[in-house]
Design a protein around this ligand. Sequence first.
Ligand SMILES: Nc1ncnc2c1ncn2[C@@H]1O[C@H](COP(=O)(O)OP(=O)(O)OP(=O)(O)O)[C@@H](O)[C@H]1O
Ligand SMILES: [Mg+2]
Length: 233
Amino acid sequence: MTQIISIANPAGGTGKTTTARAIATSAVEYGQRTLLVDLDERATLTFLHGVENPRHTVVDVLNGRSGLGTAGLSTAERYMFLPATSRNSVLERNPEPESWQKNFRKAISEAEFPIDLVVLDLPSSISQATAWGLSVADSVVVPFLDSLSAIRGAIQVKNMHPEKNQALAIMQKDLASAFANELAHEMPLLDTAIPKAAQVGASELKKQSALSSAKEAPVSQAYREMTYFLLGL
Ligand SMILES: Nc1ncnc2c1ncn2[C@@H]1O[C@H](COP(=O)(O)OP(=O)(O)OP(=O)(O)O)[C@@H](O)[C@H]1O
Ligand SMILES: [Mg+2]
């Protein structure tokens, strides 16, 4: 069975892309064959892998035009990566969530190796891509900062799919902050807080996850702990 984890918060800059890559990287460390997917038409995660305007993207896979053998990229961090481009906006103009679901499942079942885990990096918008990414997820991680707009985003995610098994990642040490207390009424908080760390930006410059360039840093260990929990290991 392939587990799908979506990383979502319609509020901008809450750490979704960083969290998605960190989960994929540590899942590989735990021996999971992993596919990381950029569903954001701004293609930040794609850019952070050193790729611009790839010929085949997640859009081709969702529309059934390409398989993972064509569109999937291998990475130094040993997960497969499915990139995005600004052409992702085509998903918003022609929403076909049911055929996306069918084509995506088919691509996964036809992959050259069995995929244990899919991590979806969702955009900062309440868009067709976000709605689809939430609907296919087994669990949803909602990165959150101490801000009212991030709480609002978390509640929007919850309201879009109230039945989902939701977990909440927090990017600050202080789990007792007033914002975290407010949000705890709405959804469970993950035990592991993700510290704010300079290694995250420094590793972006190297086009890597902090887990690769700062293996032992507390922020990397926190992402590993969080992934361990999410994988139910
Ligand atoms: N744990 C962390 N410590 C320090 N900086 C971080 C951490 N996580 C993310 N950041 C920084 O915060 C910024 C936003 O992070 P990220 O791009 O992951 O958020 P996002 O929710 O995907 O944003 P967007 O809404 O643009 O898609 C980035 O500059 C990133 O380097
Ligand atoms: Mg992002």
